[in-house]
Ligand binder design. Structure first.
Ligand code: PPS
Length: 348
C-alpha cells in the first residue's frame, strides 16, 4: 500500500525505488523504506507511520512538558534544563533517576523508527532495552520501546520530539506545555552534517556541499526545516508554547532560565537557577559524558568529531561555507522568512 492516512489526518506516500535511488544514492538503509508525509513532505523511515498514530493517541497529561525541535537545534541542552527544573531542581547528587543517561530519563518520541535501520537492528541499545523490560513488562517491542517507556514514566514527564507540531495530537497545546528551540539553519545544517557522518544508522559519506543542498531541498531524513520552525513560530503567542532560540540561550542563559521558570510556574530561586545554568553549561554536560548509548554511534569517528557535545558555539558555519554556498543559503533563508517576522542571529 503506497498511500495511507494518519490519525492526524495527514496523507503519507511511500517513496518508489526510483525516488529512493535519487535521494539515497542506492543505499537502502531502512527495512520499511522511506515515506513522505504530506503536504510538507516530512521524510521518515516508513515505519514512522505506525508510531505516529501511536504518538497521536498517547495519553497527554496536563503536567507533561514537551521539548520539540528540528534536530541539532539545542534539544539536549534544553531537555536537561527542563528535566532538572522539573525533577531535581536542587541537583541532589543522590537523585536515583539522575544516575540514568538523559535519553532514558526523557524519551525521544522519534527514536523508535530508527530501530528499523539495518545497522541499528544489529546492535542492542542496552539502556533502552533494559529499561523497557523493567518498566514495560509484557509489552511488545514492535509497538515501540521508546514510546512505551515514555508512557510509563513518572509525572511530570519531559518528552522530546523532533516531529513537527502538526504531527502530534491536535490537543497538545491545549493540554500540555511545549518548549520549542529553533537554531539558525546554517549552524543546524553544519551540526547535522557532522552528526550523520558518525552515527551508525547514517554513516553519511557525501560532502558538506551536497548535504547542504539536500537539506535545502528537504531530501534528508526529518526534513524539511522551514515548516518545522514556522509552525512553532506561528504559535509563539500561545500561552502553552515557549519559543526560543539556541542563539538566545547562548547569549543570555540566565534570562532564558528565568523565562522558563515562569513558563513552567516553578518559582525556583535565582540561586537555584544559577546552579542549573552551571550544571547544564556546555562544559559540564560534556564532562558528564554522552547522554546516549554507545551502540548508536561509530566510536572512533564519534570521538574524533567531539561526540554529542561537538563545539556548542554560534556561527560554526563560517568555518565550513564557501562563498557560493553562503549566497545560495542566504537566498533560501530570505525566501523562507519573508513576511514571517522570524529573524535569526547567525553568530559572532
Ligand atoms: S539532537 O541529536 O537533535 O537532539 O541534537 P541537539 O541536542 O538538538 O543539538 C546538538 C547541538 O547542540 C550543542 N549542545 C550545546 N550547546 C551549548 N550548550 C550546551 N549545554 C549544549 N549541549 C549540546 C551540541 O554541541 C550540538 O551543536 P554543535 O554545533 O554540533 O556543537
Amino acid at each position: 500500500m503506497n498511500k495511507q492516512r494518519l490519525l492526524s489526518g495527514h496523507e503519507t506516500e511511500l517513496l518508489t525505488s526510483e525516488e529512493l535511488r535519487k535521494i539515497r544514492e542506492d543505499r537502502v538503509m531502512y527495512k520499511s523504506g522511506l515515506v513522505r508525509i504530506l503536504s510538507d513532505g516530512w521524510l521518515y523511515p516508513a515505519i514512522a507511520t505506525r508510531y505516529l498514530d501511536w504518538i497521536y493517541n498517547m495519553e497527554l497529561r496536563p503536567d507533561d512538558v514537551f521539548i520539540i525541535t528540528f534536530p541539532k537545534s539545542g534539544t539536549t541542552w534544553m531537555q536537561e534544563i527542563l528535566w532538572v527544573m522539573l525533577r531535581n531542581p536542587d541537583l541532589d547528587p543522590n537523585n536515583k533517576e539522575m544516575k540514568e543517561p538523559l535519553w532514558v530519563r526523557s524519551m525521544d518520541l522519534c527514536f523508535d523508527m530508527f530501530f528499523d535501520n539495518y545497522e541499528l537492528a544489529k546492535t542492542d541499545m542496552k539502556s533502552i532495552a533494559e529499561k523497557f523490560s523493567r518498566v514495560c513488562p509484557g509489552k511488545k517491542k514492535e509497538d515501540g520501546m521508546v514510546i512505551q517507556i515514555a508512557e510509563s514514566q513518572p509525572l511530570p514527564r519531559v518528552i522530546k520530539s523532533h516531529f513537527p507540531l502538526e504531527l502530534h495530537n491536535k490537543d497538545l497545546l491545549k493540554k500540555c506545555k511545549v518548549v520549542y528551540v529553533a537554531r539558525n539553519p546554517k549552524d543546524v545544517m553544519v551540526s547535522n552534517y557532522h552528526y550523520v557522518r558518525v552515527i551508525r544508522n547514517e554513516n553519511y559519506q557525501g560532502s558538506l556541499e551536497k548535504f547542504a543542498r539536500d537539506f535545502m531541498k528537504g531530501d534528508l531524513l526529518l526534513c524539511p526545516y522551514w515548516p518545522h520552525v514556522l509552525q512553532a513560530w506561528r504559535q509563539s503567542d500561545n500561552p502553552n508554547l515557549y519559543f526560543t532560540t539556541y542563539e538566545d540561550m547562548k547569549d543570555d542563559i540566565m534570562g532564558q532560565l528565568r523565562n522558563i521558570n515562569k513558563f513552567l510556574g516553578k518559582n525556583l530561586t535565582e540561586e537555584q537557577l544559577k546552579k542549573i545554568a552551571k550544571f547544564t553549561s556546555f562544559s559540564s554536560m560534556k564532562t558528564r559524558g554522552d547522554p546516549i548509548d554507545k551502540a548508536f554511534y561509530i566510536e572512533d569517528l564519534w570521538k574524533k568529531q567531539g561526540g554529542m557535545f561537538r563545539k556548542g558555539i554560534k556561527g560554526d558555519w563560517k568555518n565550513h561555507f564557501s562563498p557560493e554556498l553562503n549566497q545560495e543559503m542566504d537566498q533560501w533563508i530570505r525566501d523562507n522568512v519573508k513576511d514571517t517576522g522570524l529573524k535569526f542571529k547567525f553568530g559572532n
